[in-house]
Design a protein around this ligand. Structure first.
Ligand SMILES: [Zn+2]
Length: 481
């Protein structure tokens, strides 16, 4: 790939093209998409110019690559089979406090987790990823190798949470450690910005509203503003956290973020579910929804991890209609962005009892131009001349895509990653015929499985009740000899 290498996708059956006059995606049929170097030069019509590569677009959908604004690739893939139906009955069914901190990959496991997650993301059409991780040695190297466009979001905090009984969450504070970790995180952001690939950038991310001091959160937001980068914090993500903040401050999580000056444009709230109006929270004399709506802050919506525990936003359609900027992320395994989009659509209908609460275009927009805007970019998430050549091609002849009437509906509601064949980022092919170029997925998965066995041994040592993993999370059926 050189500056001038020109690739033509010829006669694509379907193209999701960006119309810059109406500021909307629209479908084209049987037309061409052309990119040169890392940029798109033509979308639609016929291309008669010189080219280096020609791709047959017949039988293909050409779509802008998906923009993911929230994920934790370093750990989440390991939870498959363990956390699928596990919550804490004493902690409003969240698994954040009793289980997740105890079931963690070691250093080798982290690499395996990340390789698997990045592969799944690419295979489901993600071209831009926000990776929220506690920094580790080969982080930048893995992201660079994958070919993905990455927003490194190094997490840090002033306290860790734990429980000694499964029904009370406690916090162990070390404010200086939080400060030191913030300083280290800023160095990682500097490294990302200076990376020669040009595909890496940074985001400022104090981890959670209940584990960071007000000063750390405020200074982090100021740092993000002065650097011109986005800011994200987990907030309104559990009933426990809602009550922890009301107990400490007499204010809801949204009110408290507003009080300390960070609920405003430039802030991303992951996940923004437990507003005072949520039916699991009895707190009638507040108006978090209006506060959030008028603030300009955005929400990172990741429904899959919550729906497993019977928890959902009420409802994402309502947020979007109110004009709250909503982007999509994958907070858990599988790192399947298309399934995450499907879950967002279905959850919204279940919560509202209304199939018109949210339309497919609302979520496709959130996963493309919407997420891009939240990240401060107008050159990704769209197929338009001048935009980055970040796109994927799906096989519309795949049985899961047929009968083919509306390719995005077939893709999101049924086929998902099964139909994704080729992915390009900066004009460089990172997935070919359904295979990720950078990683050996079979090998990474085998290493992930070994890491999961090692983590199971550790779980018993760390658990307050010393439970065996089979006791904490029994298998679907007993294994008989
Ligand atoms: Zn998260």
């Amino acid at each position: 790939m050189t500056e001038t290498t020109t690739t033509v996708i010829r006669n694509a059956d379907w193209v999701v093209a960006w119309n810059s006059d109406t500021e909307r995606h629209e479908y084209l049929q049987g037309e061409n998409v052309v990119f040169r170097g890392d940029r798109i030069v033509q979308v639609g019509g016929h291309f008669d110019g010189e080219f280096d590569h020609e791709i047959d677009g017949r039988g293909r959908l050409v779509s802008p690559g998906l923009v993911n604004i929230h994920s934790h690739p370093l750990s989440e893939p390991m939870n498959k089979g363990f956390l699928d139906e596990l919550g804490s009955p004493g902690l409003y069914m969240s698994s954040l406090y009793e289980f997740m901190p105890l079931f963690r990959p070691d250093a080798e496991g982290t690499t395996a987790c990340t390789e698997v997650a990045l592969s799944e993301l690419l295979l489901s059409g993600v071209t831009t990823l926000t990776d929220m991780s506690v920094p580790y040695d080969n982080w930048i190297d893995l992201l660079d190798r994958s070919g993905i466009r990455a927003v490194l979001s190094p997490m840090y905090r002033s306290a860790r949470w734990y429980t000694k009984n499964g029904h009370v969450v406690e916090y162990e504070w070390d404010e200086q450690a939080g400060r030191d970790a913030m300083a280290a995180a800023m160095k990682v952001i500097d490294q990302a910005d200076a990376h020669p690939s040009g595909r890496l950038s940074g985001m400022v991310s104090p981890s959670q509203i209940d584990t960071c001091t007000a000063e750390l959160i405020r200074d982090s937001f100021d740092e993000a503003q002065s650097r011109g980068v986005p800011f994200q914090i987990h907030a309104a993500q559990s009933v426990v956290e809602f009550h922890e903040i009301t107990r400490r401050h007499g204010r809801t999580p949204m009110e408290w973020l507003s009080d300390i000056g960070v609920l405003q444009k430039g802030a991303i709230i992951g996940h923004g579910i437990f507003l005072n109006s949520h039916s699991s929270v009895h707190w009638p004399e507040a108006d978090d929804f209006t506060l959030l709506r008028d603030s300009g802050a955005a929400v990172a919506h990741c429904p899959t991890v919550f729906q497993r525990r019977g928890i959902a936003m009420q409802s994402v359609g309502r947020y979007i209609r109110a004009g709250i900027p909503v982007g999509i992320g994958t907070d858990t395994y599988p790192h399947n962005m298309l399934e995450e989009m499907r879950n967002a659509l279905i959850n919204s209908r279940l919560m509202s009892g209304n199939p018109f609460d949210l339309r497919t275009h609302d979520i496709f927009d959130a996963a493309t131009v919407g997420g891009a805007a939240i990240l401060g970019r107008d050159d990704i998430g769209r197929l338009a001349p001048g935009a980055k050549a970040d796109l994927f091609m799906a096989d519309v002849t795949h049985p899961a895509m047929r009968p083919l009437r509306d390719p995005l509906r077939s893709l999101i509601y049924v086929a998902a990653e099964r139909a994704v064949r080729d992915v390009f980022i900066d004009g460089r092919q990172v997935v070919s015929e359904g295979k990720v170029a950078a990683f050996d997925l079979d090998d990474a998965t085998a290493r992930l499985e070994e890491a999961q066995r090692r983590a199971e041994v550790k779980f018993t040592e760390l658990d307050f009740a010393g439970r065996h993993p089979l006791e904490a999370s029994p298998l679907t059926y007993e294994v008989v000899e």
